[in-house]
Design a protein around this ligand. Structure first.
Ligand code: HEM
Length: 444
């Protein structure tokens, strides 16, 4: 491949700049930018947006110069009604404080504990599948990961609430994408904003019920249940302060959203790729049959299922659920050949970078073997979980969960694609398969 330019530009139209193209084909615009330059200048009406496709520049934004950036107005104005001041949207000192409070919930020991629950719930969900039926495996994965988040993080059964939570989250995410584009505050009395209010209200009811029940249980002397909620309820920072109900509500909302939708999308794309690559599916089945010999996988089995993990690493490369990371500059920063001004937006195109021939051979091909050497997970041009102080806190949680669900479902069933390929990505807040992934459930 030819060298990329240091700084690029994509043709726009007068006044609007690249705005219409961004609305119509966000993924295409990012991919074209990444293919041609390390950093590309785009214009969305009066705002300058820089699209980053270089690993070094992405590291500069996320790690070395991270103090020059904030998450910016798109996220903070628009996501605030849903996520409040939780970990995902908090900035600077407040973020550091919350991250420190939350970290003990994601230690390797805790994740091993969640692993037992994940393994059991993955099997329960698999057993509920009717052989030879047709299902949207994307929504099946959403239910399964929501169930797991509920049980591991909050020790509650969200099954009865699953539909309402899923619908409200979808409403809220569609809202966030649309409003984020126009940077309209949620306080304006538009119909869309009223709908958001109703959805958030329904989610709030669930979350406040969870908190109330647990405070009541704590008052009767029930101690640490090993879940995140126990940790958050008893967490104290250096000056002895804990979290208020409002802060708890925000953190739970963040974990419920960030903790189920992303992993479900990863798995939906994995089933799609396996259905369209039978030779890779056979290799996976061979690993599962040899190592597990018919019994269900446990957390302890995971190191002995390397190919299962490689399939997920490679799916994360091709279909990263968090396909772009956005920031806003607070000061002037030199990014390669570009001078980024205060107020400019930078978009790190994770998907573009992970499909760019600068970093990958035959980037469009699904080849799990690329990750046979674990070092590939830290290679340039691969960052499905972001980086720096705001790297995904649920990284290991997600990989353990996805590996357990993939192993226990693939050892029981083969899912045949029951719709024409290709399935198109739909870039909402996360990268979903548009219309779902319809498959036929064939027992093995
Ligand atoms: C395959 C699954 C997942 C992917 C691809 C993913 C990806 C990401 C990425 C790229 C970020 C950084 C965003 C930024 O810098 O702007 C992030 C942040 C975050 N993720 Fe994940 N995530 C996944 C699963 C999870 C899970 C399972 C949880 C919780 C159980 C979680 C909780 C969070 C939280 C709380 C943050 C904010 C961290 C902070 O700002 O300090 N994620 N995730």
């Amino acid at each position: 491949m030819e060298m990329r330019a240091a700084v690029g530009k994509q043709p726009g139209v007068p006044l609007l700049g690249n705005f219409l193209e961004f609305r119509r084909d966000r993924l295409g615009l990012q991919l074209r930018s990444v293919m041609t330059a390390d950093i590309t200048r785009l214009r969305m009406m009066w705002r300058t947006v820089w699209c980053i496709g270089s690993h070094e520049l992405a590291q500069q934004v996320l790690v070395t110069d991270e103090d020059c950036f904030i998450k910016g107005p798109a996220l903070s104005e628009v996501a605030r009604p849903l996520l409040g001041n939780g970990l995902l949207t908090a900035e600077k000192d407040q973020h550091r404080r919350q991250r420190k409070l939350m970290a003990p919930a994601f230690t390797p020991k805790r994740i091993a504990g969640y692993g037992q629950i994940m393994a059991a719930r993955a099997v329960v969900a698999a057993q509920a599948l009717r052989p030879n039926s047709m299902i949207d495996i994307s929504s099946a994965m959403m239910s399964c990961t929501l169930d797991i988040v509920g049980r591991t993080l909050f020790d509650v059964d969200l099954e009865g609430d699953a539909r309402a939570i899923a619908d409200a989250l979808t409403d809220a995410m569609e809202y966030m994408v649309e409003a984020g584009m126009w940077l309209l505050p949620a306080s304006l009395p538009l119909p869309r904003n009223r709908r958001l209010k109703t959805s958030v209200g329904r989610l709030d009811e669930t979350v406040l019920r969870i908190i109330g029940d647990r405070r009541a249980a704590l008052a009767t002397g029930a101690g640490d249940r090993g879940d995140v909620l126990s940790i958050l309820l008893t967490a104290r920072d250096d000056d002895g302060g804990g979290l208020t109900d409002r802060q708890l509500r925000d953190e739970i909302m963040v974990l419920m959203l960030a903790g189920h939708e992303t992993t479900a999308n990863l798995l939906a794309w994995t089933w799609y790729l396996l259905a369209t690559h039978p030779e890779i599916r056979s290799k996976l089945e061979a690993e599962l049959d040899t190592v597990l010999a018919g019994r269900s996988p446990t957390f302890e089995d995971l190191p002995r299922l390397p190919y299962t993990a490689q399939i997920l690493d490679e799916t994360l490369r091709l279909y990263p659920p968090a396909y772009v990371i956005g920031r806003m500059a607070q000061r002037t920063v030199q990014l390669g050949g570009a001078t980024v001004a205060p107020g400019d937006i930078v978009l790190i195109s994770i998907r573009g970078m992970q499909r760019c021939p600068v970093y990958w051979d035959a980037p469009e091909e699904f080849r799990p073997e690329r990750f046979a050497d674990k070092k590939a997970r830290t290679a340039p041009g691969y960052m499905p979980f972001g980086g720096g102080p705001r790297v995904c806190i649920g990284n290991h949680f997600a990989l353990v969960e996805a590996q357990l669900i993939l192993a226990s479902w693939a050892q029981r069933f083969r899912f045949r694609l029951a719709q024409p390929a290709p399935v198109e990505p739909e870039p909402l807040v996360t990268l979903r398969p548009r219309g779902g992934v319809w498959v036929e459930v064939e027992p093995r």
